[in-house]
Design a protein around this ligand. Sequence first.
Ligand SMILES: [Ca+2]
Ligand SMILES: [Ca+2]
Ligand SMILES: [Ca+2]
Length: 353
Amino acid sequence: MIGIKSLLKHSAVVAAVCGVSFLMCGVTSCSEDDGAVPPVPQPDGATAYITRVLDFMPAVGQFTNTMPAYEEGDTQETMNEKVLAAIGNNNRGLISLGGYGGYVTVGFDHTIENKPGLRDFRVLGNAFYSASNPNPDAPVGGSCEPGIIRVAYDKNKNGRPDEDEWYEIAGSAHEDPAQEAWYQLAEDSGNDVNLYTDYEITYYRPAQEPETDEEKQSYIRWEDNRGNSGYKAKNAFHNQSYFPQWFEGDELTFRGTCLPQNGIDESGQGSYFILYKFRYGYADNETNTNNESSIDIDWAVDGKGQKVYLPGVDFVMIYTGVNQENGWLGECSTEISGVEDLHVLGEEIPTRE
Ligand SMILES: [Ca+2]
Ligand SMILES: [Ca+2]
Ligand SMILES: [Ca+2]
């Protein structure tokens, strides 16, 4: 799928991002419970994989309505079922979250335990490294399309992730964007290298699907809360609607953290884009076999960026974290192939120092 994705990603899609509103990071710290919560018992027969898909809303993107495929009559419920068929139960299919903000929320048949000193789960994507970056001195990169991860512990045991149960995993750029190896390179090439904790973007439903080239360039209007706006174009390679077809509203708004733009045209002529790797803590940012594709629940923070203690997580949400168009590659879009409980798999991966 990796190679296919890279071949499929084509052509300049002009601007940016979108969204249905999703939950803001919880603001209630549960740190006062530190030490008082007993270890989470693991039921016999628990599977390491996704067993539920609670929600799926990709942002506007060239793979929206195709990964998974929308068919006439589909609803949010049937789309969730398609996502489960793709990425649940170790099926290892692939879904695309589209541009910035697009998300999926998944659950499991048990609570993933937060074991001290260890990473607890892995998020599978389709990130890969470039073997032929024209820039010989560059740091590791290729197709790294980071998704931000949120986790929820079902503290009130109602079987749902309530708004005050969500916390965000603070990845490396949450800690300090300037420590990414490609930071200066990206700034020098004109990228926005800031991290925004209160980003919001709205996509507006197109009145109709475009036919002429001119209509394709002004396909889907977007606006963010930083004074930016523009149109998302339809490219020549993907002709389906880029606006989620089962969503009935006219405005799709996403809110969350927005990461520094990590894509750079290393050819200087628009032919070879490298999407550089963040150090840790994101989805679809690292190869699936690398330990940095796995997450320690202890990295969760509240809405103020303060660390929280969670005994485990029952729900994981992943949303595309970068708002950037990369020439013919199109928008930075996180892809997800699965989530795995490392403890059920018997894998012991130490946390970071
Ligand atoms: Ca842990
Ligand atoms: Ca709950
Ligand atoms: Ca990807």
